[in-house]
Design a protein around this ligand. Structure first.
Ligand code: FE2
Length: 148
């Protein structure tokens, strides 16, 4: 017999403790569930609250070439997003004492995800020539849409 470390979580498939990135990836792979609802808006990024639970919200976003977010964080929420199609570039900014002092660029292709914790600051941009779609999960859910 062996000891189970104290930080061991139960199998996520048997509980409501699925990590946001796991939810994002599962939703991203299950396109038949939501692809017919996707729209593109040439004036602003398009987003849809696909569903929410007591623990998290799941959003689908579309990005035409050149569309981007402003630099933003997610308050006290953590979460993840997964690229479904197209290519998205994330500029992640580390902020210490209210000053932005380091950043990293991540180019994400379909199937790739980014995970973030509370107060994680980033900007996401479709710099490619093709439209992009991504699935975003916020835990707990955001009070505002992710397009603001
Ligand atoms: Fe974000």
């Amino acid at each position: 017999m062996f000891a189970v470390p104290p930080n061991t979580l139960p199998n996520a498939s048997e509980s409501g403790l699925a990590h946001p990135v796991r939810v994002a990836r599962e939703v991203a792979e299950d396109r038949r569930r939501w692809a017919h609802r996707v729209r593109y808006d040439r004036d602003t990024r398009w987003s849809l609250l696909l569903y929410s639970t007591d623990e998290y919200e799941v959003w689908v976003l579309s990005w035409l070439p050149g569309q981007r977010t402003e630099l933003h964080d997610h308050g006290g929420s953590d979460g993840a997003f997964t690229v479904v199609s197209g290519v998205l570039t994330e500029r992640a900014v580390r902020s210490d004492s209210g000053r932005h002092n380091a950043e990293a660029l991540h180019v994400l292709v379909p199937g790739q995800s980014r995970v973030f914790g509370p107060h994680y600051a980033h900007q996401v941009h479709n710099e490619g020539p093709d439209p992009a779609i991504s699935v975003h999960v916020y835990r707990p859910g955001r009070a505002v849409t992710p397009t603001t």
